[in-house]
Write a protein that binds this ligand. Structure first.
Ligand code: PEP
Length: 252
């Protein structure tokens, strides 16, 4: 069985006080042993603060994740944060290819693949986000789009999939309140598992496949019941302590 993972993506939300309260609340509640992996991805400026709270909480259940990373190790890249810097603050995961990075910041599939490799060079785990737009779904080209997004990653050695997570996030479901039905999500997740199997054989069976897109406590249960859904990437609902904890409990 694939170990579940629930990752909260705060996007560009929060404050020092918010981070303290939310992380403290998560740690207090999840101090009992949980079977799922749990990750929090605050904005990068709060990574040191959250890292410190997690470390002092002496709780290895909750791991730290970053929302973005530069593809280079160092140099003249004003405004970027290198993978080595994230690793210094105990980041375990890094989101790469979130649809907002693709749409608003023009990240290409190749740049995302470069970031994916940069994250792994520094012994962290990339959470690769992929997903189709509403127009693409309606045009019946969902699987072509996903295959294109995966293509540069499939040029890499098979071993990269031993330390990687994929989050399927239909763009039309992100932040819209419109969740994919469990059947729609499972259809894509099962395609993803089969595609990975075709590429990397049995390594595919251990890759955590997350669903993301308006996951809430009341829709998480049915989604998680699907065979190939191994957890969630949660945006809006991860900003609410009780909602996030409820989603973590579903995946536990
Ligand atoms: C996300 O940002 O990855 C996301 C899935 O957002 P939301 O849960 O708000 O749709």
């Amino acid at each position: 069985m694939v170990k579940p993972l629930v990752a909260g993506n705060w996007k560009m939300n929060g404050s020092r006080i918010f981070a303290e309260e939310l992380v403290g609340g998560v740690l207090a509640d999840l101090s009992r042993s949980v079977c799922a992996d749990i990750a929090l991805c605050p904005p990068s400026i709060y990574l040191p603060q959250v890292c410190q709270i997690l470390t002092s909480g002496n709780n290895s259940i909750v791991r730290l994740g970053a929302q973005n990373v530069g593809a280079q190790d160092e140099g003249a890249y004003t405004g970027e944060i290198s993978p080595g810097m994230l690793a210094e603050f105990d980041c375990h995961y890094v989101l790469v290819g979130h649809s907002e990075r693709r749409a608003l910041f023009g990240e290409t599939n190749q740049q995302i693949a470069d970031k994916f490799q940069a994250v792994q060079r520094h012994k962290m785990v990339p959470i690769l986000c992929i997903g189709e737009s509403l127009e693409q779904r309606e045009a019946g080209i969902t699987f072509e789009v996903l295959a294109e997004q995966l293509a540069p990653l499939f040029q890499l050695p098979d071993e990269v999939w031993k330390q990687a997570v994929i989050a399927y996030e239909p763009v039309w479901a992100i932040g819209t309140g419109k969740t994919a039905t469990p059947e729609q999500a499972q259809e894509v997740h099962s395609w993803l598992r089969d595609t990975l199997r075709g590429q990397v054989n049995e390594i595919a069976d251990n890759v955590q496949l997350l669903y993301g897109g308006s996951v809430k406590p009341d829709n998480a249960k049915l989604l998680f019941a699907q065979q190939d859904i191994n957890g969630f990437l949660v945006g809006g609902a991860s900003l609410n302590l009780q909602d996030f904890l409820a989603i973590c409990r579903v995946a536990d």
